[in-house]
Design a protein around this ligand. Structure first.
Ligand code: TYD
Ligand code: MG
Length: 456
């Protein structure tokens, strides 16, 4: 028997090494090398000619072109009929693009893409290496009764998949998941670094040469990275992440990388018994109990991408039972919470040092927008003093280390959203471009002390 050739791959950067070593010499990461069996590959393609070269790739041999001669009219995007998905992609699927969708197990990746596939107005092939055709059918029954354009294939060998594609000619391809695929040209097991890399590059080549959009599902590891080499994310055009808390019904679709659009947009879905529902007006849903006032609750006007989002911040401040007070934050950066508590202690004289502080953003979403700071301050103080804040008040400003209240971007849009949802008063930082009173009373505050005097 011929000697099996093995090589070592770095799981972080995908670099290849002849022997094992503790550190990858390419990306300098420690302990990332894994041994894999390799076989010399022939040309991996779905249409091979006698000399081992793809007929498509030979046809497409490129010549240098003068940049002014290149036709720059963008090919039209393919409408997925799913408004949230379209928005995150930057206006629809780009023909020939490869998109990677990552997310924790059970979050709803297969559901999202199957639902997309059932509704696409063009012929789509959904390839699953994880579930049987019956299982997929059962899932599809829950989501939608009839779908003419959706074809299911349960297969893991890329060569077989390409053979079916040549026969069936779908206009879009969905792969669930990239970790289950296997190519004949490499001997290592499915899910190994070299298999993932090779299968992805075959799919990318297929997408570019046939102008077919491909969407891949990718598993993520415990630390939240897409399993497989980091290079996978560099190879594809768009990386999407589907996230949310299992116990909440909301799911957020985010673009981490997008060669064809912005990465600021998010799509919000609600997981129901019959599939995912697009949430077109998220603000109304994220405010839990409008009308009833509770201490420790404040409402913030934030932005997620280009969309204003009104969310509720809840805080619980209580006397620490143990020596070291506990601080915990869900949906908000813990370091930032500690900073805000320090600012309150130093600048406004609140003795929070001996208190446990818990903070929660309702709806299970993660907020990075600094405009939420002011609502965090108000929620913490409200819980501390046990004084309710009117449910008609809304807050939108950043808090600085000096206790100063600072303006944030897109004030006009935030105030409009608050007005649309029927708030009576919005608290913002003073600035030249601060919006004026309209249907909503705009109250400017420049220091935390000022706000405290007003509210408590
Ligand atoms: P799934 O798409 O299988 O997750 P992933 O592919 O990311 O691993 O999601 C499965 C979960 O979604 C499962 O807990 C059941 C739930 N679900 C619903 O709540 N409603 C539905 O209509 C469907 C199809 C699934
Ligand atoms: Mg799945």
């Amino acid at each position: 028997m011929a000697k099996v050739k093995t090589t070592f791959y770095c799981q972080n950067c995908g670099a290849q090494h002849a022997r094992w070593q503790g550190q990858c010499t390419t990306c300098k990461e420690w302990n990332t090398l894994v041994e894999e069996v390799v076989e010399k590959k022939t040309v991996p393609s779905w249409e091979q000619t006698g000399d081992g070269e793809s007929s498509l790739s030979r046809k497409r041999t490129q010549k240098p072109q003068q940049i002014s001669q290149i036709d720059a009219t963008e090919s039209p995007r393919m409408d997925t009929t799913n408004a949230e998905f379209n928005r995150v992609l930057g206006g629809g699927l780009v023909p020939g693009s490869v998109t990677l969708l990552g997310g924790e197990p059970g979050i709803g990746k297969s559901t999202l893409l199957l639902q997309l596939c059932l509704n696409l107005p063009f012929k789509t092939l959904y390839v699953s290496g994880e579930e049987s055709a019956q299982q997929i059918k059962m899932r599809a029954e829950r989501i939608k009764k009839e779908a003419e354009n959706c074809y299911i294939l349960t297969e893991t060998k890329t060569q077989n998949i390409f053979r079916q594609i040549t026969e069936n000619q779908p206009q879009a391809l969905i792969i669930d998941s990239i970790q289950t695929l296997q190519t004949d040209h490499i001997e290592s097991t499915a899910g190994s670094v070299s298999q993932i890399r090779e299968c992805t590059s075959e799919l990318i080549k297929f997408a570019k040469e046939t102008n077919t959009p491909v969407i891949l599902i990718g598993h993520i590891t415990k630390d939240g990275n897409i399993a497989g080499p980091k290079v996978l994310e560099h190879m594809v055009d768009t990386v999407l992440q589907f996230e949310g808390e299992r116990n909440h019904t909301y799911r957020i679709l985010r673009a981490l990388k997008n060669r064809f659009g912005s990465t600021h947009e998010i799509g919000i879905y609600e997981m129901l018994g019959h599939g995912l529902r697009e949430v077109t007006n998220p603000s109304e849903l994220l405010i839990s109990q409008r009308g009833t006032t509770l201490s420790g609750t404040a409402i913030a006007a934030t932005m997620e991408g280009m969309r204003p989002l009104i969310i509720e911040v809840q805080a619980l401040v209580s006397t620490a039972v143990y020596g070291t007070p506990q601080r915990s934050a869900t949906g908000y950066n813990l370091k930032r919470l500690n900073m805000i508590l320090a600012v309150l202690e130093k600048r406004a004289g609140f003795k929070l040092g001996q208190k446990d502080v818990f903070l929660n953003i309702t709806g299970g979403i993660n907020v990075d927008d600094p405009a939420i700071d002011l609502a965090v301050v108000v929620a913490v103080l409200s819980s501390n003093f046990d004084i309710e804040i009117s449910s008609q008040h809304c807050f939108s400003a950043e808090v600085g280390l000096g206790g100063e209240i600072r303006p944030v971007s897109r004030m006009e849009q935030r105030v409009n959203e608050a007005e649309k949802l029927g708030f009576e008063k919005v608290f913002i930082a003073p600035s030249k471009s601060a919006p004026k009173n309209k249907g909503i009373h705009v109250h400017t505050v420049s220091k935390i002390e000022e706000l405290v005097k007003y509210l408590f």
